[in-house]
Ligand binder design. Sequence first.
Ligand code: SAM
Length: 284
Amino acid sequence: SGFKQVREDEKSKLVGNVFSSVASSYDVMNDLMSAGLHRLWKDRLVSGAQSITPYGDSLFLPDSSDFFSRLISKLNPFPGMKHLDVAGGTGDVAFRVVERIKSVSHRATQGTLTDMEEDTHIYVCDINPNMLEVGKKRAAEKGYNEEQCLSWVQGDAEALSFEDGSMDGYTIAFGIRNVTHIEKALSEAYRVLKKGGRFLCLELSHVDVPVFKDIYDIYSFSVIPAVGELVAGDRQSYQYLVESIRRFPKQEKFAQMIQEAGFEAVEYENLVGGVVAIHSGVKL
Ligand code: SAM
């Protein structure tokens, strides 16, 4: 039985390695394909702040003219909130929500944990248990597990296991494009949110800027599959990625779908000319 024990340990080590190599090549690819921009886009999704970049804010090419309306339309995480990040993968968005809440409440209380902060809970939901496994590990490395503010839940965006009206916020980043029935995912988002709860979706979208559109087309049809083959050894998956971006509804159409799911004050913001868009809505 001692022998068996060793073998089981070896096995879980091997399996763990496979998970982390999948997740780390996934991270490398994200950085490569977006030139690191996905990090800034996720910052923007969570904090609503213009990230300070070496290139300046113009990188985001925001569409909306009313700066204030854009700011209040964003998630604005707060201490005590219940937040659900769907298709949360390895925790990229959830960790930002935790950090944001910490920074907000530390500003208010000068470093002491308030009762409100202790009530904070962030749920990461993903259909793929391997991604969640890596996320959990990363959370432990960041020391988040001790705070008990994060839960990792395997589940489908189209049939969430959370109760009606239980969440203050819902995010989905680079996830809704992959679900089979977008309408179902949207109506589930609406169902689990409280009144006043915010829906935010970050997704690769459609470029509609002359010349830039042509450059982006070349980039996505030629460069992405080639890099996918070179770096991840997987041309097909990246070909599929590009096709799934094309098939995804355009900004206006997707905004309409969000409205049809019941959300109010629906709007979107294009970043980098529509390479990605952040759609948002409120449940009233
Ligand atoms: N949100 C993370 C990020 O921005 O880095 C991960 C994005 S990754 C491109 C897409 C994720 O969606 C994967 O982790 C995948 O397992 C998950 N996913 C795909 N279909 C899903 C579904 N129906 N319900 C929940 N998660 C899903």
